[in-house]
Design a binder for this molecule. Structure first.
Ligand code: NAD
Ligand code: DAU
Length: 338
């Protein structure tokens, strides 16, 4: 059996990856290491908790006593664990430095000593390139992160690379674009807008709404990671993008249309500080390895809207009943007029 460690596996992409890994690879034993922060939810893993090839460990990646022994026994480490929400990093960056940078350092130190390790996947992000006015970012482009989240991710991205260059740890770095799909915490734009609209609550669109993101369905992301674990070359970086450039205002209109809700629900609000205008990825390096996204944005968005409509049990306890989410929402949006 091949031992695989997935950090952050109770989060959005991590849980989708754990499910993908267990169903695709009958010879993988997967351990999820997750601190269960506000974004980590055991419900995301409910269909694999009884799987004899899956183990869940609650722990902090920045704690060597929790992370070290798990890395030591692994052949493959896929490191998703991070603080991930840009707006929260603007409100306070401390946790981002501790988890995204220091936590990555702790895992890499353990990886140096791991006898059977053959792949360490550092999950980075397209945000490390900063805002791109035109064209698409290539893996060799300069990194120009512009918010505390993306700066912490850029630090971890280059730290992981340095452990390959210096110590020969078999690192690959992946930089994905904006993911969407089931199980995404309802602070991110797509699940926030879907769930607000279901409840006829206004959807807070930042600034002029013309910022652009490149949307990638989470299952296409998981397929790409799976391919790269074997086909990736240590020391290399791989962009993973869906090729779906969409302006926020158009995304918002599509969500409202799919739910048959009026555009009057759009509430223009003050812009995010330092809001990156546009991200766009050149994915030719990954495509040369045979990957291509399978889910069109129209289909993926419709499926995602349907998933939230059919799975209120998943998000209502967060949005309707969790006082921490209420406090967060109030502080982000309460008096945020355009
Ligand atoms: P998420 O916020 O949904 O989940 C993060 C998970 O990490 C949670 O389960 C949380 O409990 C766990 N975690 C946080 N701090 C931890 C710690 N100190 N120790 C152990 N576990 C901890 O995030 P996501 O959207 O699934 O993102 C996963 C990864 O992918 C992140 O590294 C993120 O930077 C990267 N990424 C995300 C996107 C996106 O669009 N969501 C795009 C590109 C890259
Ligand atoms: O690009 C990859 C990144 O995508 C990941 O690395 C991050 O972890 C992930 O959170 C995401 O970052 P963004 O900041 O792009 O995602 P978010 O969903 O927060 O915002 C998407 C766009 O929507 C952005 O232009 C801001 C806008 N927005 C967001 C929120 C939450 C709004 O207009 N209103 C909102 O309420």
């Amino acid at each position: 059996m091949i031992k695989v460690l997935v950090t952050g596996g109770a989060g959005f992409i991590g849980s989708n990856f754990v499910r993908h890994a267990l169903s695709t690879h009958g010879d993988w034993e997967v351990t999820t290491l997750d601190k269960l922060t506000y974004a980590g939810r055991l419900e995301n893993l409910k269909d694999v908790m009884d799987n004899p090839r899956h183990a869940f460990v609650k722990g902090d990646v920045a704690d060597p006593t929790a992370a070290g022994p798990l890395v030591a026994e692994s052949e493959i480490v896929v490191h998703f664990a991070a603080e991930t929400h840009v707006d929260r990093s603007i409100a306070g960056a401390g946790e981002f430095i501790m988890t995204d940078v220091y936590g990555t350092f702790v895992l890499l130190e353990a990886a140096r000593q791991a006898p059977s390790l053959r792949r360490f996947v550092q999950i980075s992000t397209d945000e490390v390139y900063g805002s791109v006015a035109d064209g698409s970012s290539r893996e060799t482009d300069e990194l120009r992160p512009r918010n505390p989240y993306s700066a912490s991710k850029a630090g971890a991205d280059r730290l992981a690379y340095s452990y390959w260059a210096t110590y020969g740890v078999p690192v690959i770095v992946t930089r994905a674009s904006n993911n969407y799909g089931p199980n995404q915490f309802p602070e991110k734009v797509i699940p926030l807008f879907i769930t607000n609209a279901i409840d006829n609550v206004p959807v807070p669109l930042y600034g002029d709404g013309l910022n652009e993101r490149d949307w990638l369905h989470v299952s296409d992301h998981c397929q790409a990671l799976d391919l790269l674990i074997d086909a990736g070359v240590s020391g290399e970086v791989y962009n993973i993008g869906g090729g779906n450039q969409v302006r926020n205002v158009d995304l918002t209109r599509s969500i409202l249309q799919l739910l048959d809700k009026p555009e009057s629900l759009i509430r223009p609000v003050a812009d995010r500080l330092g809001h990156d205008r546009r991200y766009s990825l050149d994915t030719s390096r990954l495509r040369r390895l045979g990957w291509t996204p399978r889910i069109s944005f129209d289909m993926g968005l419709a499926q995602t809207v349907a998933w939230y409509a059919q799975n209120e049990w998943w998000w209502r306890p967060i949005k309707d009943a969790d006082p921490a989410f209420r406090t967060y929402y109030e502080s982000q949006y309460g008096s945020r007029d355009a």
